[in-house]
Design a binder for this molecule. Structure first.
Ligand SMILES: [Zn+2]
Length: 177
C-alpha cells in the first residue's frame, strides 16, 4: 500500500516544485520587515526515512535573508515538505499517523521498519496531532470550515477524509478532454 507511494520520486519532485513556487512568491514580495531584496540562504536538511527516493533538492529547506545592512532578517516561507524542525518529511508525519489507526500489527511494524521509525516517534506524532495542533491559531481559524466537524481524536485521518479534488480518488471524476 503506502510503501510504493513513499518511494515515488516523482511525488517528492512535485512537492519540491510547490515549495519553489511558494518561495518565489515570498522572494518577489521582498523582506517583510523593510521591503528590501531577499537573498537565498537555505537551511541544510537531512530528512530521514525515504532518502533513496529523494534528490539533492531535499538537502535543504528554502529560506532567505534580507540584503539590506542593518536588517538582514531571515524569511522562511511555509513548506509542503518540511514540518518545522521535524526530521521526517511532513508527508510521513501525516500519513503514518493517519494509518496507525487502520493498520494491522504486521503492516504497522513493516512501515515503521521501512521508514526507520521508532514506535515512540509515531506515538509522539499522534500526541502532536491531537493535543498540539488543535490549540494552534491556524487550526482555530480553519476548523469551522469543515462539515461535519472534524473529530480531533482521529486526527490527521479525519482531516484527510474531508479533502476532495480532481487528483484524489474520492474527488470528482476528471472529464476526458
Ligand atoms: Zn529587511
Amino acid at each position: 500500500m503506502c510503501q510504493a507511494f513513499f518511494n515515488a520520486a516523482s511525488f517528492y519532485q512535485k512537492l519540491f516544485q510547490l515549495d519553489q513556487a511558494i518561495a518565489n512568491d515570498a522572494q518577489a514580495a521582498g523582506c517583510p520587515h523593510c521591503g528590501d531584496r531577499l537573498l537565498g540562504a537555505n537551511y541544510p536538511r537531512k530528512p530521514r526515512g525515504v532518502r533513496s527516493a529523494l534528490d539533492e533538492s531535499y538537502h535543504y529547506r528554502l529560506s532567505f535573508c534580507c540584503a539590506r545592512d542593518g536588517c538582514r532578517r531571515r524569511t522562511t516561507p511555509p513548506s509542503v515538505r518540511f514540518f518545522g524542525r521535524k526530521v521526517y518529511l511532513g508527508v510521513i508525519v501525516i500519513l503514518v499517523t493517519a494509518l496507525q489507526d487502520g493498520l494491522t500489527e504486521w503492516r504497522r511494524r513493516q512501515s515503521i521498519e521501512q521508514l526507520d521509525l521508532w514506535t515512540q516517534t509515531t506515538a509522539r506524532w499522534q500526541r502532536w496531532w491531537r493535543e498540539h495542533v488543535p490549540t494552534t491559531r491556524c487550526w482555530q481559524a480553519l476548523r469551522s470550515r469543515f462539515m461535519p466537524p472534524i473529530e480531533i481524536c482521529i486526527l490527521p485521518g479525519a482531516l484527510l477524509g474531508q479533502l476532495t479534488g480532481d487528483d484524489l480518488a474520492c474527488g470528482p471524476a476528471r472529464s476526458k478532454a
